[in-house]
Design a protein around this ligand. Sequence first.
Ligand SMILES: *Cc1c(COP(=O)(O)O)cnc(C)c1O
Length: 460
Amino acid sequence: MSTHDASPQHQTTATPGGANWHFDTMQTHAGASPAAGHGAHVTPIVASAGFTFDNVDHAASIFSMDTLNSFAYARAGNPTNAVVEQRLAALEGGAGAVLTASGQAATVLALLSIVRSGDHVVASSQIYGGTVGLLNDRFAELGISVSYVDEQNDGDAWRRAARPETRAFIAESISNPLCTVLDTRLVADVAHEIGVPLIVDNTLATPYLSRPLEHGADIVVHSTTKFLAGHGAVIGGAVIDGATFDFGREPEKWPALHTPSSPGEAGLWERFSPLRLAYLLRVRALLRDYGPSASPFNAFLLLLGIETLSLRMRQHVANAREVVAFLSEHPLVAAVHYAELPDSAWRAAAATYLPNGAGSVFSFELHGGIEAGKRFIAALKLFSHIANIGDVRSLAIQPASTTHSPLTESERASVGIPAGLIRLSIGIEDARDLLADLSAALDAAHTDTIARDTRKEAHA
Ligand SMILES: *Cc1c(COP(=O)(O)O)cnc(C)c1O
């Protein structure tokens, strides 16, 4: 055995049993091989910025990207991260994955790998606010334009928004805060008709609730910060490629995949599409060049989180359903936006794409508007008031006074965010304690309303 063979990177090449395992087994084993190297049972944190080469030829082959699963410098890849990449690829049913420092970085790399100045992207208008900012502000600075589709499950709306220079469609499997559900197959079919890949941000669903690649999506991105890591402790992201999109059909549209990196050499597509790695190697090249790499310490915490993903998601969903049922019956609540409800516009899509539940992030509207919402938030004791989602702890926020405060009231109304809207991210606590906290906070918001109304009447 050469030193190279014994190095931990070879833990990542063996995935015993992999393809035939069920979800709960993959989430605890895929990508890791404890017997390799030193026998550590838990995937180690490989805290090394650089990795030794066997010899000069080995070094040269790594630098020309002839060798896969080899490491040179941790900005482009690290053995701890590689285990997480394989595990996420297994859970999503993808060909491979690239871990990034944040969900935001994952979206940036997924798009910039194939979109350049002069190109155009079509996005659902329901996407995460951070993605809207990225597309509207940063991509505009790069000369990349964007169009939004308001009716995200209307195929013609996507068709109308597309242009000859369109290079990607992007949407979310479940969106926040209104819990809208993407008709993935329908939008994927339109994308392919137009000749572009569909990128799905699967953050709120996680691969436990939805696997967009099985429904025609080509690329999945994640903020692993949320349910995947699960504990609200570490930022992270991932790009997972299904390797289903044919970038060879109209090569002139994808210069990044067809231009040789050095003269006389073939492009990434020609060299690596038989291995289903062309797009991912492009993503990894951007990771190396722009540098938003995930720390192996964060990757380790992410891996621990993933090992309990299905258990947590089952509890998140069960609790969310109890809270939804409670709020739907409550007199102070004007509306609940959860895709499983009979009156939800997203119910049919949820039944098709989310058979195990519509997640645990959703919103409800309070009677009494923004002031009642503020009193409600202030009265919560168990729920944390925080601008995050996907934590084991339950979280609440009022979009109108926080995430969506830069918008005017009419702008908020046009994107479906009324002043009294409250977003919840339901955790894995005992549901009885969550209902008690919500009930008390609703009473507090209500009591104050009555008290104020009585004072007003007294003054009148
Ligand atoms: C949080 C989030 C992101 C951004 O991820 P970060 O890890 O915060 O960079 C992207 N998409 C969705 C749906 C998110 O919820």
